[in-house]
Write a protein that binds this ligand. Structure first.
Ligand code: FES
Length: 123
């Protein structure tokens, strides 16, 4: 049996993600979008809509959802699931905020190379 491990990567400070806005992290496995809600919760999803691959980071954040800019699917930020009646799921990444600093966990078993050098913030 393989044990999973959690590696937390420091990404940025909270102030780098605007309220109701996004920030994109480039990673060798694909871009990851960080979303900050009005109540300062932070979520991370693969920056690829489960419908036809639109960039969720260009969508509109409202409540704990983002509306995709291409065809207006609503995606739940906590689960990555499309809201009914649409069906699909964007890959979700765990986020931790500690003392105003944002950390993301990449699941090593999902193929993400979990090393800090592979992750770079894109403004
Ligand atoms: S690509 Fe996102 S709704 Fe179509």
């Amino acid at each position: 049996m393989t044990q999973s491990r959690t590696i937390w990567l420091h990404v940025c400070d909270m102030g780098a993600i605007p309220r109701l806005g996004t920030r994109v992290l480039s990673h060798e496995s694909g871009d990851i979008a960080l979303f900050r809600t009005e109540s300062d919760k932070v979520f991370a999803l693969r920056d690829r809509c489960p419908h036809k691959g639109g960039a969720l980071s260009l969508g509109i954040v409202h409540g704990e959802k983002v509306t995709c800019p291409l065809h207006a699917w609503n995606i739940d930020l906590a689960t990555g699931e499309a809201c009914a009646p649409d069906v699909g799921c964007a890959q979700r990444f765990a986020v931790r905020v500690e003392a105003g600093e944002v950390y993301v966990s990449l699941d090593a078993q999902a193929g993400g190379a979990a090393d800090a050098t592979a992750l770079a913030a894109v403004v």
